[in-house]
Design a protein around this ligand. Structure first.
Ligand SMILES: Nc1ncnc2c1ncn2[C@@H]1O[C@H](COP(=O)(O)OP(=O)(O)OP(=O)(O)O)[C@@H](O)[C@H]1O
Ligand SMILES: [Mg+2]
Length: 454
């Protein structure tokens, strides 16, 4: 966000123009002046992140006409009109058209500054919302936020791009903090409906009655039901497992009705559902029994977000990335991670996944600032079992690298229940190299056969 407060001043009278400019400059605004409305119109665009002050009475295009033109360029541009004595009816009309405010001449300079300040804040908010909205609808930005280079995250990115373009409702499933909500937004933003806003509701955040009213409408509230707001766009149901039984029935009815209509070619079912859940599975009964027919309808495609602990080398890259971000924010240098801490970070179970990692990176930076960085202590605070074998920092690099490589292979074997083929894929290693390394590190596939995690 820019912190300069721009202000465009339009007045045919040079004296007034200059004195207003001078005064606002003293109040930390950056003024630019125009003698005519037409000159200003050549300069002002929807990207202008400032305030416009114009005289209402001018030869040629007057203040009212300028206001109308600016409204058609960008209704969010804040226009303050300077009116003379007796211009009240015109000022009222200006407010009706969408002027930010008006100020009657002669005015106290402070009065104008205060008004400009308010208008400038309003403009800042408009620009901020727009930037955010642009970002949310820009698939490539969201995909870039989905960082990592591990096979698991590369697969996830491909799945998102495929699912975004495919028909059918999508279920996004994964442990807490693995990026489900980010993935849901990316699915929408990479799909054909990206130009429309996605409508999101968290099914666990309100009572069953309220949720049903919000989704399907409530004659008393007069608010447009979310299923209608999502027309032509995406409806994102966060915590879908908390959808109460009666809402399940209504949603199912709606989806079935849409399909019938589609079959006869009217195509009225025009929103896509992205459901998000940590737990949802067929036959689920908590917190309510989840209808299997609805489950299969919502789950025509599944996107699973991988747990952080299965993402090996990503853990260090993400941790380093977020440390740099927080270091920037807190105004200090990001510390280097030593080999022992790196090994511990990679081996930690990360039940809170990326959210937990971000939180830990922030605490690491706060410690760095105080001069007592101890990543292992932070891991212990988070309930991790940190192995007590101290990694000797005097050891040559080669030994650290070997230890690290052994650990990655060991982890991958464990995750894949000893399936050498899976490990080859996961670590992008040819079979021979993998065999050699396993022999070198004394790792035997037999030892992993019974340990496959479901
Ligand atoms: N691959 C990734 N790279 C970098 N940051 C990520 C990645 N995935 C998620 N994040 C970040 O991790 C945090 C948690 O992500 P998100 O809120 O999407 O998780 P979630 O699975 O929806 O969590 P919850 O189960 O609590 O709803 C967010 O700050 C998000 O931006
Ligand atoms: Mg979420």
């Amino acid at each position: 966000m820019s912190t300069t407060q721009k202000v465009a001043i339009i007045d045919d009278e040079a004296d007034l123009r200059d004195s207003v400019a001078l005064y606002l400059k003293l109040s930390d605004f950056v003024p630019v002046t125009f003698e005519t409305a037409d000159a200003a119109l050549r300069f002002l665009t929807p990207e202008f992140d400032g305030v416009i002050i114009s005289d209402i009475r001018m030869p040629g295009t007057d203040g009212m006409a300028l206001l109308r033109r600016l409204q058609s360029i960008d209704p969010g541009l804040p226009v303050i009109l300077m009116t003379g004595h007796g211009d009240v009816p015109m000022a009222v009309e200006a407010m009706r058209i969408g002027a930010f405010d008006f100020i009657e001449k002669p005015f106290e300079p402070d009065q104008l500054t205060e008004l400009c300040q308010k208008a400038s804040e309003a403009r800042g908010k408009v620009m901020e919302t727009r930037a955010l909205r642009r970002e949310l609808s820009d698939g490539s930005v969201l995909m870039r936020r989905l960082m990592g280079d591990s096979p698991a995250i590369r697969r996830l990115r491909e799945t998102i791009l495929d699912a975004a373009q495919a028909d059918g409702h999508v279920l996004v499933r994964g442990e807490t903090g693995t990026g489900k909500s980010l993935v849901a937004r990316a699915l929408h933003a990479c799909g054909p409906k990206a130009s429309k806003l996605m409508v999101t509701v968290n099914c666990a955040s309100m009572s069953p009655e309220k949720l049903e009213a919000a989704l399907f409408g409530d004659p008393d509230s007069g608010e447009k039901p979310l299923v209608e707001q999502a027309e032509g766009s995406t409806l994102c149901l966060e915590a879908v497992e908390a959808l109460p039984p009666s809402a399940q029935v209504r949603l199912l009815d709606l989806l079935s009705a849409g399909e019938v209509d589609d079959a006869v070619g009217t195509g009225t079912s025009s929103f896509r559902i992205i459901s998000v859940s940590g737990t949802l599975a067929p036959g689920q009964t908590q917190p309510y029994p989840f209808r299997e027919d609805l489950y299969y309808r919502l789950n025509s495609l599944t996107v699973e977000t991988p747990p952080l602990r299965t993402r090996g080398e990503d853990i260090l890259a993400l941790f380093a990335h977020f440390m740099v971000e927080f270091a920037d924010e807190y105004g200090c240098d990001a510390p280097a991670i030593n080999a022992a801490d790196a090994a511990n970070l990679v081996q930690a179970p990360w039940p809170g996944n990326i959210r937990q990692l971000i939180n830990l990176a922030e605490r690491a930076i706060l410690q760095t600032r105080r001069g007592d960085l101890n990543i292992s202590a932070l891991l212990i605070d988070d309930g991790f079992q940190v192995p007590s074998i101290p990694l000797d920092s005097e050891k040559p690099l080669k030994e650290h690298v070997d230890a690290f490589e052994r650990m990655l292979i060991d982890h991958s074997l464990r995750r894949n229940g000893g399936s050498v083929v899976n490990v080859m894929n996961e670590l992008a290693l040819p079979r021979r190299t993998l065999n050699e390394k396993m022999a070198k590190y004394g790792l035997s596939r037999q030892d992993y056969l019974a340990t496959q995690q479901s």
